[in-house]
Design a protein around this ligand. Structure first.
Ligand code: PLP
Length: 389
């Protein structure tokens, strides 16, 4: 009997609706800066409940434009989280700013607001927080801290389209928010991103930055150092079509997470499952990440990851700590032990296959493989009782 097909870690949800939207661009002659981009931006602004949305070529470009548009002081420091995708700190380094990492709350994986004020110095000019894995960062508290210390507040919401706090969508928190639409995200544009904000001047600067620093679209007058961060019409049309289906996609992803939660219940003494509900907030399911308990080390987790992959199950250690990446060690001198909660979580978290169309059979296969490999990869005493995060 042949081996069952591999289960990917992620997979975009693409239907005839998206294929038709992209094909219709191909039948036009407008391939950049046209009506599809305007449609995409209008839908993003509506979904996030903000006045302005600016489509760009990636999530990184969105965050870079925000950081640049805020005109932060040269050699300033920005408080941010070490538990994220590297781009959230890189955009600060692009601008000569110093990331000042603050450890996470191990219960939520988000930056711990209780640690921020102690880290503020006269050089601190902003806070850049991340909605890790689609779980909203503590934006109301971050806003209070930013206002009390006159700091800019930047939202890296690349993983959280569709999440909200107290009914206010992610995308409307912070001075501006950046979204990313790589194919593993809730919706995709192939490659792409978007800035959302209620600040008209900031939005205008971001429009200029994405288009080579032009003063006005279409003219050859360049008033600032800009970039080519434009989103093509093909990408924008794909994104607009995906946004038409956002609610259904989010429901399917939430349903997949519930299925995992139930299927993993018998293993809940051996691993920690992400919580299904949050107080006064809604998560948007980006990935399904389990946490192995403290006796587990990176070596044990990596062995489990290898064993699952050998069985055709896509999985990945999410996230490695940013401050321990070679670039950050070399440039800023970070070493192990700097942010213990982040390092501990980063050594023990594992993302399982997760996408809107994942089937019950596929989830069962993942759970069966976990049941097989957990005992063989586990450290000797792994009986710690666990709860959900
Ligand atoms: C938290 C976070 N920030 C930034 C990015 C960068 O987005 P992109 O890959 O579209 O540049 C990502 C994408 O994976 C992300 O997850």
């Amino acid at each position: 009997m042949s081996a069952p097909a591999p289960i990917p870690l992620s997979q975009p949800s693409i239907t005839a609706h998206e294929r038709e939207a992209v094909a219709s661009v191909m039948q036009s002659t407008r391939l950049s800066m046209g009506p599809a981009l305007e449609r995409f931006e209008a839908k993003m602004a509506e979904h996030c409940g903000v006045d302005h949305a600016v489509g760009v070529s990636s999530g990184t470009a969105a965050l870079h434009c925000i950081v640049r548009a805020l005109n932060l002081p040269e050699s300033g420091t920005v408080i941010t989280t070490p538990y994220s995708f590297v781009a959230s700190a890189n955009v600060l380094v692009y601008e000569g700013l110093t990331p000042q990492f603050v450890d996470i709350d191990p219960a939520t994986y988000n930056i711990d607001p209780a640690r921020i004020e102690a880290a503020i110095t006269p050089d601190t000019c902003a806070i850049l927080a991340v909605d890790v894995f689609g779980r909203p960062a503590p934006w109301p508290r971050l806003r209070e801290i930013a206002d009390a210390h006159n700091l800019a507040l930047i939202a890296d919401s690349c993983e959280a389209l569709g999440a909200s706090i107290g009914g206010t969508p992610i995308g409307a928190w912070g001075d501006a928010a950046g979204f990313g639409f790589y194919p593993n995200k809730q919706i995709t544009t192939g490659e792409g991103g978007c800035i959302t904000t209620n600040d008209a001047a900031l939005a205008e600067t971001c429009r200029s930055l994405r288009n080579q620093g032009r003063a006005t679209r279409g003219q050859m007058r360049h008033v600032r150092l800009g970039y080519n961060y434009r989103l093509s019409e093909l990408n924008a049309a794909l994104g607009a079509a995906q946004l038409d289906r956002l609610d259904d996609i989010l429901k399917a992803r939430a349903c997949a997470s519930t299925r995992y939660h139930e299927a993993l219940a018998p293993l809940s003494n051996t691993l920690r499952r992400p919580s299904q509900t949050l107080a006064n907030a809604k998560r948007s399911w980006f990935v399904y990440v389990i946490e192995l308990p403290a006796p587990w080390t990176r070596t044990h987790r990596d062995a489990l990851c290898d064993a699952l992959q050998a069985d055709g199950i896509g999985c990945a250690p999410y996230f490695p700590a940013i401050h321990l990446q070679p670039l950050y060690r070399e440039r800023f001198g970070f070493r192990e032990g700097a942010f213990p909660h982040c390092e501990s979580v980063a050594a023990r978290t594992l993302a399982l296959p997760f996408f809107a169309e994942i089937t019950e059979t596929q989830i069962r296969r993942v759970v069966d493989a976990l049941r097989t490999h957990l005992p063989t990869c586990a450290p000797e005493s792994n009986t710690m009782p666990l709860s959900t995060s």
